[in-house]
Ligand binder design. Structure first.
Ligand code: SF4
Ligand code: SF4
Length: 297
């Protein structure tokens, strides 16, 4: 338990403050920390035996969705762990699509022909958009599997092909875990690769590496100088997802999806309790500010 804790590196008084502009985006930690794989760079240390954050119940989801409606939330993101491990995953997505545009972040490994068709049916049956995001960390097994696990490249790309076969075009997300992925050519190469998987109009999102969670053992964590200093320019403040989004788990509402393991990122149990400015006192804030990281699509 202890190794998962993410402690602040600045006091509230010394940290830059981010105002809160209103709750636009709600992240839902549907599967808690349970995942079918255990990626070596996973910033929230999920895995098949990671149950420290429990799955979300339907009752909790309902409570959050009703409060979100009152607050005018505009879109919902399901994350985990692996959200598709939730026993009521499809019913949960169907229910959420009645409230607004919904995004599902998945590793794609559980998307067989039948799951792809069910997602397509949900897509067709909703007046709001359903967007699927699949994480893949390389264009070959040699690039991807050392980070995500043996055999994952084949399983993930199969899931993407199943989505493509029913006419869904997921966003592929790639973590910049190796130098080659930080090069500008990597983006165009990845788009070509996505087309080869059957995606007619591919979208690829590159994500800077977060040096928290399991990544601290694969490479290293943040240094003592990786802090966010005041003053924060308004144009930077506008890019930060913590100015208008929150993460909800079964028990808490937290500042953002990156700080699941930070005890002092918990703002209360309800969304209403979480609607306040926050101070950027965690090391991960450095990546958001310096590298422009935002988890939104
Ligand atoms: S990075 Fe995603 S797929 Fe990998 S262990 Fe973490 S939650 Fe699971
Ligand atoms: S980690 Fe990023 S999103 Fe979260 S509070 Fe810090 S700056 Fe905001």
């Amino acid at each position: 338990m202890r190794e998962h804790r993410l402690l602040p590196i600045l006091t509230e008084e010394r940290a830059a403050t981010v105002p809160f502009f209103g709750l636009d985006t709600l992240w839902l930690q549907l599967a808690g920390t349970l995942c079918n794989i255990a990626c070596r760079h996973c910033f929230i240390t999920c895995g098949p035996k990671e149950d420290r954050v429990p799955m979300m119940t339907r009752a909790r989801l309902e409570e959050l969705l009703l409060e979100a409606r009152e607050l005018g939330v505009k879109e919902f993101y399901f994350t985990g762990g692996e959200p598709m491990l939730h026993p009521e995953f499809f019913a949960v997505v169907e229910r959420t699509l009645k409230e607004g545009p919904t995004h599902v972040l998945t590793n794609g490994m559980l998307i067989d022909e039948s799951a792809a068709q069910r997602l397509r049916d949900l897509f067709d049956g909703s007046r709001y958009s359903l967007d699927v995001r699949v994480s893949l960390d390389g264009m070959t097994a040699e690039e991807n599997d050392p980070v995500r696990g043996r055999g994952t490249f084949a399983a993930i790309t199969q899931g993407i092909r199943h989505l493509a076969a029913v006419g869904l075009s997921p966003v592929l997300t790639v973590v910049e875990h190796a130098d080659a992925l930080r090069l500008s050519e990597a983006r165009s190469e990845f788009l070509r690769f996505a087309r080869s998987l059957g995606l007619a109009q591919p979208r690829v999102k590159f994500l800077p590496l977060l040096r928290i969670g399991r990544e601290t053992r694969r490479t290293h964590g943040y240094g003592t100088g990786d802090v966010v200093h005041e003053p924060l320019p308004p144009e930077v403040i506008r890019t930060l997802q913590c100015n208008s989004s929150r993460l909800a788990t079964q028990a808490h509402v937290l500042v953002c999806p990156l700080l699941l393991d930070a005890p002092d990122a918990q703002l209360g149990r309800t969304l209403t309790e979480s609607l306040r400015p926050i101070s950027l006192r965690w090391s991960a804030c450095h990546t958001c500010v310096e590298e422009g990281l935002s988890c939104r699509t």
